[in-house]
Design a protein around this ligand. Structure first.
Ligand SMILES: [Zn+2]
Length: 221
């Protein structure tokens, strides 16, 4: 829904059609009218301890049962639920969080690489989350981003969910990812039949652990 053949300078929102820009500004009212694409880098932080506890249910509630501003129909974006794979492949990077002063909600932004066109600039979806992890709204710079439920938004939400679960697991004394958990049956999940016949279990949490508000990567054994 971006205007064609226009190379305007200025904020991203000015490149949107009038209706899309109006909707874009409406969404920002949930975060004190701050535009995530205009926020200076210094105002983003990367302490994942502050991520709202967005869960798989919150993701389904949004991507499937969320109502589109444009069609007034449910998104029913089952395709975006498949973006778990995009996230597992490591295409979601640079998770950053901002909670505007005086507000309750947080905005989470990330870079998502094109899965088939790695040389192109990454897309930058953002989501607005309530303190309890509910998804208020989302946006993305891809062609379908205005529709608010593209696969990049889905992949970003799965990243948030995974970080929150990893943090909870660490605080519960579970240590690192599943390779090190007792649930792995001693041999670690990479060697279990549940792993699909060798190699990593393909679970993002498998090769990562939680340390000091950040996700650390370690090598699967
Ligand atoms: Zn997108």
């Amino acid at each position: 829904m971006e205007k064609n053949n226009v190379k305007e300078k200025g904020p991203y929102r000015n490149k949107l059609t009038q209706g899309a820009k109006q909707r874009y500004l409406e969404k920002l009212s949930d975060i004190q009218n701050i535009d995530p694409y205009e926020l200076p880098a210094a105002q983003w932080h990367r302490d994942l301890n502050n991520l709202p506890p967005c869960t798989y249910m919150d993701i389904v509630n949004y991507l499937v049962f969320g109502v589109s501003h444009y069609t007034m129909q449910e998104f029913k974006s089952h395709k975006s639920l498949e973006s778990y794979e995009t996230f597992c492949c490591g295409w979601v990077q640079d998770l950053a969080i901002h909670k505007p002063p005086g507000g309750e909600n947080s905005v989470v932004l990330a870079k998502v690489l094109h899965s088939r066109r790695l040389c192109e600039p990454p897309l930058t979806p953002w989501v607005i989350l309530t303190p309890s992890g509910q998804v208020c709204s989302a946006h993305c710079t891809c062609m379908a981003g205005v529709a608010e439920s593209c696969t990049h938004v889905g992949a970003l939400l799965f990243m948030v969910d995974a970080c929150v679960r990893l943090k909870e697991k660490a605080s519960a004394g579970g240590g690192g990812g599943c390779c090190r958990s007792s649930a792995g049956g001693g041999g670690g999940c990479c060697r279990s039949s549940a792993g699909g016949g060798g190699g990593c279990c393909r679970s993002w949490g498998c090769c990562r652990s939680w340390a000091g508000g950040a996700v650390q990567r370690f090598t699967c054994r």
